[in-house]
Design a protein. Structure first.
Length: 335
C-alpha cells in the first residue's frame, strides 16, 4: 500500500502537449495532434507510478513532457517543489540533474562512437567540476551498481548485448544522483529472459538510492510487478488511476477492464473462466478525437451522455480516480 505520509515529488496539473499540423503550399496550421490532452497526477517520493495504455495513446510523450524535453502547450509541472512547466530550456539546465530518463531503445540512445566510460561520464562533464580521477572512480562505481564489469569501460556499445546496453543507459541516468527517473518502456526492446533482470535491477537501485520512478509500459504483467500505483491512459487522457492491487482486482473504467482482460493467464483453468472484453472499432485519431468521452466510440457500456459530455476525472473512492459517467452519474454510481 502507498504510504499516505509521503509527499508528492512530482505534481502534474492539466498537462497538454499538442503538436501542430501544417498543410498546403504556405504550410498553414490546419489542426493539431492532441498527444496529451489535460492530464493530472502526482508521483509520491520513493514510489513507482506505472503509466499504461496501448501504443499511440501518448504515454511516452507524457513522460518526455514531464521532464520538459518538450516545450509544453499548457499546464503545470512541479518537481521537488519547483515549478518547471513555464521555464525556458536555459533555466531548466541547473534542475536537470534532479530528473533523468531511461529510454526505450538502448541501441538508439547510446552514441556508437563513444566508449561506455565516456557515455556514463558525459553528465559529469556537463554538470560537475569533478577531477578526471574522481570522474573515473564515479564511472566505475556506477558500472558496479548496475552490474557491469568495470574492466569493460573502454569498450563501445556495439560490443554489449541489449540488456547490458540498457544497464549503460541506467548508469548514465544515475550519474548525477537524480531523485526522479522516467523509465520509458525500458524493457520493450529486450528479450523476455532479460526483462526481469532489468526490472529487478531498477527495483534494487530504487531501494539503494531512494529513487522515484514514472514507469511507462504496455506490459501490464511487468507493471503489476514493479508499480505502487497505476495510471491508465487512453487517447491522450488518464481514464483511471488507482493503487496497483485495487486496479488489477477491481478495475472501474471499461477501458481498464478491456486492457486487463487481454493479459495472458498462465493457469489454463483460470484462462478458460476469464471473460475477454473485445473492443470493436479502431482508436480515433488524436488530431480528431470524439467531442465528449474519448472512449465513447469503442466502449461496451456507452450511454447517451457519453457522446455529449466529457466525464470529469475525479476521486470516486479513497485514492481511486476515474473519468467515466458510470461512476459520476448519481443514478449509476458504483461503490
Amino acid at each position: 500500500m502507498l504510504d499516505q505520509t509521503r509527499k508528492p515529488l512530482v505534481r502534474v496539473r492539466d498537462l497538454k502537449m499538442h503538436f501542430p499540423i501544417h498543410a498546403g503550399l504556405l504550410r498553414r496550421r490546419v489542426g493539431e495532434v492532441k498527444a496529451v490532452d489535460g492530464i493530472s497526477f502526482d508521483v509520491m517520493e520513493g514510489e513507482t507510478l506505472g503509466l499504461v495504455g496501448e501504443s499511440g495513446c501518448g504515454k511516452s510523450t507524457c513522460g518526455r513532457a514531464v521532464l520538459r524535453l518538450y516545450d509544453i502547450t499548457s499546464g503545470e509541472i512541479s518537481i521537488d517543489g519547483r515549478e518547471i512547466g513555464a521555464l525556458s530550456q536555459g533555466k531548466l539546465r541547473p534542475i536537470r540533474p534532479t530528473m533523468q530518463m531511461v529510454f526505450q531503445d538502448p541501441q538508439a540512445s547510446l552514441n556508437p562512437r563513444m566508449t561506455v566510460e565516456a557515455i556514463i561520464r558525459e553528465p559529469l562533464d556537463e554538470h560537475t567540476k569533478l577531477s578526471a580521477a574522481e570522474k573515473r572512480d564515479k564511472v566505475a562505481e556506477l558500472m558496479d551498481a548496475v552490474g557491469l564489469n568495470r574492466n569493460f569501460a573502454k569498450r563501445y556499445p556495439h560490443a554489449f548485448s541489449g540488456g547490458q546496453r540498457q544497464r549503460i543507459g541506467i548508469a548514465r541516468a544515475l550519474a548525477l544522483n537524480p531523485k526522479f527517473i522516467v523509465c520509458d518502456e525500458p524493457i520493450a526492446a529486450l528479450d523476455v529472459s532479460i526483462q526481469a533482470q532489468v526490472v529487478n535491477l531498477l527495483e534494487d537501485l530504487q531501494e539503494q538510492f531512494g529513487l522515484t520512478y514514472l514507469f511507462i509500459s504496455h506490459d501490464l504483467s511487468m507493471v503489476r510487478h514493479i508499480a505502487t500505483r497505476v495510471a491508465v491512459m487512453y487517447l491522450g487522457k488518464i481514464v483511471e488511476l488507482a493503487p496497483r492491487e485495487a486496479l488489477y482486482r477491481d478495475p472501474l473504467h471499461p477501458y481498464t477492464k478491456a486492457l486487463l482482460s487481454a493479459v495472458p493467464e498462465p493457469d489454463p483453468a483460470l484462462a478458460r473462466s476469464t471473460e475477454r472484453v473485445i473492443l470493436k472499432g479502431d482508436v480515433p485519431s488524436p488530431s480528431n478525437p470524439p467531442k465528449a468521452c474519448n472512449f465513447c466510440t469503442r466502449c461496451p457500456a456507452v450511454m447517451d451522455i457519453c457522446k455529449q459530455i466529457d466525464p470529469e476525472y475525479q476521486e470516486v473512492q479513497p485514492g481511486r480516480f476515474v473519468a467515466c459517467h458510470l461512476h459520476t452519474d448519481p443514478t449509476t454510481t458504483a461503490g
